[in-house]
Design a protein around this ligand. Structure first.
Ligand SMILES: *Cc1c(COP(=O)(O)O)cnc(C)c1O
Length: 323
């Protein structure tokens, strides 16, 4: 990533992130998946980011970002317009650090999501009928002095997600391939940067759902594109990458060895696989990495592979349709 001096990503930055977040973020297990190993004559490991207290890896980026703020910034508070795993991570970390978190949401956000954010002490402001209206309000709060915590296109957030790469190298120094669910690309950028910095031969695979795969289409078009959103089991992978994307788009283009798309049916099978074989409830976005293997869209034979299981934020009605 070519960036300005103080804002360029370095391994030092990721190591610092790891040290800084240690009191707040648990190292997650990397478990072997016996049945996948037998099916594909490979050594396949699952990085269980669904086990964080907030249910997703986003705690890493949020923790690193909030812990990096100046005293004045902390006093002025933070804001975001994410109602998903990023919003929860920001609310959780802000509460831990005694920082005020204001989350701007549209009136259409379901009650269950609002309650989850409020449970972590976030201040909720409801504006308008769309995510865009909520975002606009957030930018106003930013002008008034609050720090906007971006979900992916921020070096400090990317460094936070990159700590997953350090943990994988610790547990599995001879890794050949990593499979990463990809939306805005913060997770991909962080992990890919770390792995490629240590061993440029490690294959880095991105995976998205077939429906509204914005990063995938942007890479193909060689510029950020906007797509209509369709319902998908991988709802945490929905959303744009930003017309003026600064870091993650170029990082994905630079590091990605293979980018695969998986269908709703394949995501469903992968969620079932995790329930049956590992007794783990994971969300659709997280299941895409396993779906990439089960659909045989990535070739894992004789390789040491880590699949990132990104989160567990799935509601009961979706679970019922899976079963
Ligand atoms: C945010 C998220 C992703 C994608 O992360 P990006 O950094 O936006 O690519 C994948 N899975 C889950 C569960 C997420 O919450």
């Amino acid at each position: 990533m070519e960036l300005h001096d103080q804002t360029s990503l370095s391994l030092q930055h990721v190591l610092q992130a790891q040290h800084r977040m240690r009191p707040f973020v648990q190292q997650t297990p990397l478990i072997s998946s016996g049945k996948l190993n037998n099916m594909y004559e490979a050594s396949i490991y699952l990085k269980l980011e669904n086990l964080h207290e907030t249910g997703a890896f986003k705690i890493r980026g949020a923790a690193n970002k909030l812990l990096s703020l100046t005293t004045t910034e902390k006093l002025n508070g933070v804001t975001t317009f994410s109602t998903g795993n990023h919003g929860v991570a920001v609310a959780y970390m802000a509460q831990k650090l005694g920082i005020e978190a204001t989350i701007c949401i549209s009136n259409r956000v379901p009650d269950a999501k609002v309650k989850r954010l409020e449970a972590y002490g976030a201040k909720i402001i409801k504006v308008g009928e769309s995510q865009d209206d909520a975002a606009q309000y957030c930018y106003r709060l930013q002008e008034e002095g609050k720090t906007l915590i971006e979900p992916f296109d921020d070096i400090t957030v990317i460094a936070g997600q990159g700590t997953i790469g350090l943990e994988i190298l610790d547990d599995l120094p001879n890794i050949d391939m990593v499979i990463i669910p990809t939306s805005g690309g913060g997770l991909f950028a962080g992990i890919a940067y770390v792995l490629k910095s240590y061993h440029k031969d490690i294959e880095v695979v991105g995976v998205s759902m077939e429906r509204s795969a914005v990063m995938y289409e942007s890479v193909r078009a060689n510029k950020p594109v906007i797509l209509k959103e369709y319902d998908t089991l991988a709802d945490s992978l929905l959303g744009g990458i930003g017309e003026y994307n600064r870091y993650t788009f170029s990082a994905v283009k630079k590091y990605i060895d293979e980018f695969v798309l998986v269908s709703e049916e394949e995501i469903k099978e992968a969620m079932k696989y995790m329930l049956e074989e590992h007794k783990q409830l994971i969300e659709g976005a997280a299941a895409t990495s396993i779906a990439a293997i089960l659909s045989e869209k990535v070739h894992v034979q004789h390789k040491n592979v880590a699949a990132i299981i990104t989160g567990n934020n799935v509601n009961i009605s979706v679970l019922r349709t899976i079963l």
